[in-house]
Design a protein around this ligand. Structure first.
Ligand code: NOJ
Length: 672
């Protein structure tokens, strides 16, 4: 049906709707199948039947959504269907690596593929919209939500945005609508503390924080969710200038704004509204269409109307957008559309698991490999597998993985046993993840002494990152540090495997004392399999860090694209930009990552000597695999504007390409 067709039907509906029915369309409620926010929950079925609910979050399952949809369609006076939303952040049933990990693959094709599978699984669960992709630029590992972001770089964020929007929205009949969140600059919360205030310069806003959202809008994103935070005192849920004047009017965003969980009611706690009526009016005037779990529109807008803070025309604009969204989803033609998709067959499930494996392998970053300790190709020796994450299942899925099938997730130790059929494997946890010592460090030390090599699996539990996962000290927990000391002191080669949702601050002696460092993040359903494949050389690692890894907590926030200072760090000059008690260099830089083969990259060749405004510069390089193993290299194109009227970052990423080469072969890699 054409938009004109919708419009006539929407006009007719609007003319017939009571105020309560209109506000119902703007009201999104949560069930308590999953808890993703504070306050009272429980699916209010009576409200649904009374037309006081327009959409539902945290309720899934083809049959379950069908039953609730039936209430909206059959019980309510107008029969307007609901839509169902859920946080499908990195997979629904098949869990892919957390976004911070997936960003390290630097591959938009992969990013799109994983989103497409996530969308299909969401659709099979009766869902119409995901609250993803998360497009915050994050440079502060204290902030737990760094795990959900594509890292620190706006260019990577924009490519990620485009790929995810395509993946979620373009795969008919199993596409779902996507939501770009959290608009905007949420990654800048003060000192990394969740939900805290934000101050940001106009330049940083426009050059760093807005571009991923702009990319999502250009790609046709269906929805945007404002951030819980403020900017310079104006909470994002009341920020008309950015939501409406920039995104709608200037960028041409045609979709719907969905508030974050109770974000409209929170305007009272922010201290910019005296009551729910004022909060509701501020959000409505800013441009927010749907109130997620705040009940501010339902309860506050009638009073706001009476006080003249809003008028019916403004309410109608949002109701019209919500109805148009539902028409666009096809819900008026078939309200049970998504409840019919059906479960995947065995082959399809297998393909999805293979994609999970591929994405986990491609997201795992090798950061140190002294004396070629990896890959471990001699599987006849003895192997100690130590650490609280060695036999973890659930934790490997990371945050936002409520429906991930943990019992189908193979652990590192189980998978390594398959790769090590002739050798001896000893396994001990040695310490707990995030609490005190459980007394088994001594046992771990005995095992480390008894084996030829130790694989030390350390990191975080999945609850230590994600929303409300801020840590003032994002280091390895103390018991794990003691465990690492004991294992290193055994004097045998040690491979450190880190599973975590953020770059963890590590002591120098630990990084120096181990022979290899492998960062697997939370790699999803196939993490254990992917790690074992890399440790044993069945897969050649290719991932690169999409985030700078600090050496010290005091260096945070830290990122690669800083501006030059008038007094660059100089160890011999006191009055230079440095610390008295720490280096300025990070532990690992953005883009760092190793392979089991070696590559050379030739001098860049430019396709023109000068560039005029509006022209495009082509750059190419010769890339050669000089080693003996097939591998994948990532070529980054950074620019620096040496003399400009405004001081520019020392490096700005403008393009990246992946290139796969067999042993001793070469190819040209071009920027466009
Ligand atoms: C709050 C989170 O900030 C947001 O990302 C999420 O989509 C909603 N809760 C719904 O779960």
């Amino acid at each position: 049906m054409s938009d004109d067709g919708f419009n006539a039907r929407i006009d007719a509906l609007l003319a017939d709707m009571t105020l309560t029915e209109k506000l119902g369309q703007l009201n999104m409620v949560s069930s308590d199948l999953t808890v993703t926010g504070p306050g009272k929950r429980g699916l209010p079925l009576a409200d649904i039947s009374a037309g006081r609910v327009g959409s539902v979050l945290n309720w899934w399952g083809a049959e379950e959504t069908r039953a609730v949809q039936r209430r909206a369609v059959e019980d309510t006076r107008l029969g307007i269907p609901l839509f169902f939303g859920f946080d499908i952040v990195h997979g629904q049933r098949t869990i892919f690596p957390i976004p911070l990990a997936e960003a390290c693959a630097f591959d938009p094709v992969l990013w799109e593929q994983t989103a497409r599978v996530a969308a299909a699984e969401g659709a099979e669960d009766g869902l119409h919209i995901t609250f993803a992709p998360m497009l915050d630029v994050a440079r502060d590992p204290r902030w737990g939500r760094i795990a959900e972001t594509p890292g620190e770089d706006p260019f990577v964020g924009a490519q990620f945005a485009r790929a995810k929007v395509r993946g979620f929205q373009n795969g008919s009949p199993c596409a779902i609508a996507a939501t770009a969140k959290h608009f905007v600059a949420y990654g800048l919360v003060n000192a990394g503390r969740e939900y805290a205030q934000v101050d940001v310069s106009d330049r940083a806003l426009h050059e760093v924080y807005l571009p991923p959202f702009h990319a999502a809008v250009s790609e046709g994103i269906a929805a945007i969710m404002p951030a819980f935070s403020d900017i310079a005192g104006l909470p994002m849920h009341a920020n008309r200038k950015l939501l409406t004047e920039v995104v709608r009017d200037r960028w041409g965003f045609k979709g719907i704004y969905i508030s974050d969980y109770a974000g409209i009611a929170d305007l009272v706690s922010h201290g910019v509204a005296a009551d729910l009526a004022e909060a509701a009016a501020l959000a409505m005037l800013a441009g927010i269409d749907i109130d997620m779990m705040g009940f501010a529109y339902l309860k506050g807008l009638p009073a706001a109307l009476e006080r003249g803070l809003v008028n019916m025309t403004q309410i109608d604009v949002s109701v019209r957008r919500v109805l148009a969204f539902k028409f666009g989803l096809g819900l008026f033609d078939d309200p049970y559309r998504a409840c019919n998709v059906g479960r995947p067959n065995t082959q399809r499930k297998r393909d999805r698991r293979f994609l999970a494996l591929e994405s986990a392998r491609r997201s795992t970053v090798l950061l140190k490999n002294d004396n070629h300790v990896l890959p471990m190709t001699d599987s006849t020796g003895s192997l100690a597998i130590i650490g609280p994450l060695a036999d973890a299942h659930h934790d490997m899925l990371g945050p936002w993985s409520a429906l991930g099938e943990a019992d189908e997730t193979i652990s590192i130790v189980d998978r390594l046993r398959l790769h090590w059929p002739h050798g001896r494997i000893m396994h001990v946890a040695g310490a707990r993840l995030d609490s005190g010592d459980d007394g088994s460090i001594r046992a771990a030390s005995v095992v480390a002494h008894a084996c030829d090599i130790s694989v030390l699996c350390l990191g975080e539990s999945r609850h230590m990152s994600g929303e409300a996962g801020s840590r003032a000290d994002p280091s390895l927990p103390a018991a794990q540090i003691r465990l690492a000391r004991a294992v290193i002191d055994a004097g045998r080669p040690v491979v450190l495997v880190l599973c975590c949702g953020r770059p963890l601050v590590l002591p120098d002696w630990l990084v120096d004392g181990v022979d290899a460092v492998v960062v697997a993040w939370f790699g999803g359903s196939e993490t254990g399999h992917a790690i074992a494949d890399i440790l044993t050389g069945s897969f050649n690692p290719s991932a690169r860090l999409a985030v700078t890894w600090p050496a010290q907590v005091g260096q945070i926030p830290i990122w690669y694209g800083m501006r030059p200072t008038g007094r660059p760090a100089d160890p011999n000059e006191l009055y230079s930009s440095k610390y008295l008690d720490s280096p300025v260099e990070p532990r690992f830089v953005f883009g760092e990552g190793m392979s089991f083969t070696s590559f050379t990259i030739g001098e860049p060749v430019l396709d023109r000597p000068e560039l005029r405004v509006g022209e495009c510069l082509g750059v190419s390089v010769d890339v050669a695999n000089t080693g003996s193993m097939r591998g994948r290299s990532t070529i980054f194109l950074f620019l620096h504007d040496a003399v400009a009227s405004i001081s520019r970052p020392m490096l700005e990423l403008k393009a990246f390409r992946q290139i796969e080469l067999g042993p001793e072969s070469a190819r040209k890699c071009a920027s466009s």
